[in-house]
Design a protein around this ligand. Structure first.
Ligand code: PEP
Ligand code: MN
Length: 270
């Protein structure tokens, strides 16, 4: 065996992996957009945002209910109450949802509602969690660690695949830098590299990479150009009042503008 990626790699498995979530096919040519607030903050605000991002063309909803926060004093998410809100939003919009599983003990409850189980950057190498997700019957969105190598990331995906879950989508979300120009640096090279090395679909989260909403549109365009199969974007109806990731969340009108830019991506030579 030459490649360390027996299941995630291309060597032993010809063809791209297509992850089908309610008819949305991650891994095909079309760009899939996941949108919603960083955290689910309440039923009414979540419903308004979900309805608005759907109207703007989003294909899938996001919203964290178990939040990995740097400070223990920050909003930690609504927990299981948030899961009920996500379930209601799915019913109302008909869109699938992704949310983070922070702790193994919540896996069954999250998997009952979520169509895609997010592993956060901070949990990318939580091996017991990865092994347990291998036994889940829902696809996994595996975020790249804050300063994980491509090899570490693909081997983390390999854990889930090897434990028996064949459906993994990778997510590049920016890498920690010593100088904080952007919150993290979006590793566009890694997007191209994992497309070459691996058969798994790859999604880019421009919001956590940018750390600032003014940069999200250009990073989204770059991700699309580099071959990302999808984008996951934070959007809030009132970002200034958001309980998490306020600076990087797009206003609804900015999200609508992003969606229309994504329809006109090709550039001509000078
Ligand atoms: C998130 O998607 O809100 C999140 C916490 O992401 P990450 O794990 O990439 O920091
Ligand atoms: Mn966030």
């Amino acid at each position: 065996m030459t490649s360390p990626y027996r299941l995630a790699g291309r060597e032993e498995n010809p063809g791209d992996l297509i992850v089908n979530i309610g008819g949305l096919k991650f891994g095909e040519a079309d760009l899939i957009v996941i949108a919603g607030p960083c955290s689910v903050e309440g039923e009414e605000t979540y419903m308004r945002t979900a309805t608005a991002v759907k109207a703007a063309g989003a294909h899938m909803l996001r919203g964290g209910v178990f939040k990995p926060r740097t400070s223990p004093y920050s909003f930690q998410g609504l927990g299981r109450t948030g899961l009920s809100i996500l379930a209601a939003a799915k019913r109302q919009t008909g869109l699938p949802v992704v949310t983070e599983v922070l702790d193994l003990r919540d896996l069954d409850a999250v998997a009952e509602v979520a169509d895609l189980l997010q592993v956060g950057a901070r949990n990318m190498q939580n091996f017991p969690l990865l092994k347990e997700l291998g036994r889940a019957h829902k696809p996994v969105l595996l975020k790249r660690g804050l300063c994980a190598t491509i090899e570490e990331w693909l081997l983390a995906a390999e854990y889930v695949l090897y434990a028996g879950n064949p459906q993994v989508i990778l997510c590049e979300r920016g890498q920690r830098q010593s100088k904080e120009t952007t919150s993290c640096s979006l590793d566009i090279g890694a997007v191209a590299a994992v497309r070459e090395l691996s058969r798994l679909p790859v999604v880019v989260d421009p919001s956590h990479a940018a750390g600032d909403r003014s940069l999200v549109t250009q990073l989204s365009r770059a991700a699309a150009a580099a071959g990302a199969h999808g984008l996951m974007v934070e959007v809030h109806e009132n970002p200034e009042a958001a309980l998490s990731d306020s600076h990087q969340s797009l206003h609804l009108d900015e999200f609508r503008a992003l969606m229309s830019q994504l329809t006109t991506l090709d550039r001509k030579l000078a």
